[in-house]
Design a protein around this ligand. Structure first.
Ligand code: SAH
Length: 212
């Protein structure tokens, strides 16, 4: 996979755009500088892969907008070595950003083809992440609890297993709603206590049930 000066330049422009849109976390911007987004897209999108747009990645799914990836990563506030669960591996772009933020990453995908393709690619790149084929509504109880959980598909409600798999002090970042979603941040502040913040509208593909 090739990363030319031209692509590096396009990435710098993308970072400038993200700064202008309000992304401040330098660790997130640095991780997004390191991961060549065009590697995760079909060659047909090579020249436009750094635009703030969602592109198809197969199986009727899309890669998230760079701004969405940046904002969700910023909201997670990852510290090196934290255990992070992602729901919706997709093409693995967000997964790779989590890896470059120093997280121990687990990620679930319910589309078999996407899971297989992305696992092969991340293995080849030596971007370390534990990719699982399964239903994100259930989380990964045997690997939990997690310091942070990120959902990258629009969820109709907050799945209870995800709340239960958070450490106390842990955080869930999840877009909630049909059609458009409200970015929702849930902090687990005690065994049974959770605090919720709602932060603006986003658009995601839906989090689907009952395939696996
Ligand atoms: N993080 C991805 C975003 C992909 S879009 C990226 O960086 O590109 C959302 C992904 O969530 C899709 O691949 C979709 O198949 C997956 N998904 C939807 N419902 C799911 C579920 N219940 N469990 C796991 N993955 C799910």
């Amino acid at each position: 996979m090739i990363d030319t000066y031209r692509h590096k330049g396009m990435r710098k422009n993308m970072l400038e755009e993200l700064r202008l849109k309000g992304i401040k976390d330098e660790n997130v911007l640095e991780a997004m500088d390191k991961v060549p987004r065009h590697w995760f897209l079909d060659e047909a999108f090579l020249e436009i892969s750094y635009q703030n747009t969602a592109f198809p990645i197969g199986c009727e799914q899309t890669i998230s907008h760079p701004y969405t990836v940046a904002r969700q990563s910023e909201l997670l506030g990852i510290k090196k070595g934290e255990k992070v669960l992602e729901i919706g591996t997709g093409c693995g772009y967000q997964t790779s950003i989590l890896f470059f933020l120093g997280a121990k990453v687990f990620s679930i995908e319910r589309q078999k083809d996407l899971h297989v393709k992305t696992k092969k690619m991340l293995d080849e790149l030596r971007y370390r992440a534990h990719l699982k084929y399964g239903d994100g509504y259930k989380g990964l109880p045997t690997y939990g609890p997690f310091d942070k959980i990120i959902v990258t598909a629009g969820a109709p409600f907050i799945p209870n297993p995800l709340l239960q798999q958070l450490t106390i002090g842990g955080r869930l970042v999840i877009p909630i709603g049909d059609g458009k979603q409200i970015m929702t941040v849930i902090d687990r502040v005690g065994e049974t206590e959770f605090e919720k913040q709602e932060l603006g509208e986003f658009a995601f593909v839906p989090m689907l049930e009952k395939k696996v």
